[in-house]
Design a protein around this ligand. Structure first.
Ligand SMILES: NC(=O)c1ccc[n+]([C@@H]2O[C@H](COP(=O)([O-])OP(=O)(O)OC[C@H]3O[C@@H](n4cnc5c(N)ncnc54)[C@H](OP(=O)(O)O)[C@@H]3O)[C@@H](O)[C@H]2O)c1
Length: 301
């Protein structure tokens, strides 16, 4: 069977392509150079080019701060493209698995968000992703929307890599302590997306709807940074002290939700997926970034 993946060069997409999907599955992941997702005709042609067993959309405009001043580009990738994709896939009766974000919520809840809690995005990126969700939900009944948060991996730019880099450049880090959420391994998310995609490829009556996938456990950016430093120290890499600061001390163009924690209960109920604790996932990422690097270079990073 053939599965079409958009965003195959991103953090999540890279992990989707690293996974073993089993014999009989062929993955197709056009690059941005092959298909710009803003090109509606190209997207429609790709969807219509063969009888896809499932489509996984991990492509998105993810530059949260840049989106504030690049509204149209963000909405093209995060709202219009999912609309085109969902409409084209619905016409061909192809199921779609679409990745979305915690940023559809305003973060004012005290508890972990469940999939059907009211959305209220507080920045352009979140609004564009929320519109993309609505498009997928309304255009293709055979959909699974998977919201995630705080995605990290050994690939591209992300919080883990930024903290490790800054630790090599500075004597200390200042990190916000009043935003909480669930760090999530792109590899673990990809494995969950594979379960969902294969289930839908095999069974037209597989459950549809909106779910959350994050690694288990809630922390703050500050404590996450401290865990990264502890993991770096354990692996012989440079680690520096982390000082807590408030969101008001760290100005960014886009506002961030204070609480990004997501409940994964419905994903466990419908697909049997049980996320592991974020600390275990972080260990795997640090092993790739630090231990293997040390092995290769023969010196400590
Ligand atoms: N990162 C997070 O912390 C986070 C948090 C919550 C939700 N999410 C969601 O998780 C999903 C995956 O995120 P990620 O972290 O893997 O993102 P990422 O690393 O930024 O990757 C995004 C992918 O989308 C592709 N893309 C963007 N615009 C495109 C265009 N116009 N044409 C073709 N391809 C385009 C990028 O192509 P290039 O490789 O050419 O740049 C890249 O492959 C997204 O839906 C995102 O909204 C992420």
């Amino acid at each position: 069977m053939d599965i079409l993946i958009f965003g195959g060069q991103g953090q999540v997409g890279t992990e989707l392509l690293h996974l073993d999907w089993g014999s009989g599955v062929t993955l197709h992941a056009p690059t941005r150079q092959q298909i710009d997702v803003a090109d509606e005709a190209a997207v429609r042609a790709e969807v219509g080019s063969r009888d896809w067993a499932c489509i996984v959309n991990a492509a998105a405009y993810t530059a949260v701060d840049a989106a504030e001043n690049d509204v149209v580009t963000a909405w093209r990738a995060n709202a219009l493209f999912p609309a085109v994709l969902a409409a084209a896939s619905a016409r061909a009766n192809i199921p779609i698995v679409h990745v979305s974000t915690d940023y559809v919520f305003d973060g004012r809840s005290d508890v972990a968000y469940r999939p059907h809690d009211p959305v209220a995005p507080i920045n352009v990126y979140g609004a564009s992703k929320e519109a993309g969700e609505q498009a997928v939900r309304t255009a293709n009944p055979r959909h699974v929307i998977v919201r995630t948060a705080w995605v990290v991996s050994p690939h591209r730019g992300n919080f883990v890599k930024t903290m490790l880099r800054l630790a090599n450049e500075r004597d200390g880090l200042r990190v916000v302590h009043d935003q909480k959420g669930c760090p999530t391994s792109a590899a673990d998310l990809a494995a969950a997306l594979r379960v969902i995609a294969l289930r839908h490829a095999a069974d037209p009556s597989a459950p549809c709807g909106t779910h959350h996938f994050v690694n288990q456990g809630v922390t703050t950016w500050c404590d996450f940074a401290r865990a990264i430093m502890a993991g770096a120290r354990t692996r012989g890499a440079r680690a520096v002290p982390v000082e807590p600061i408030g969101t008001s001390d760290y100005k960014t163009p886009a506002r961030r939700p204070a609480n990004s924690a997501l409940s994964t209960e419905s994903l466990t109920r419908d697909f049997g997926i049980v996320p592991r604790p974020w600390q275990q996932a972080l260990d795997d990422i640090l092993d790739v970034l630090l231990v293997r690097h040390a092995d290769r270079s023969g010196e400590r990073p």
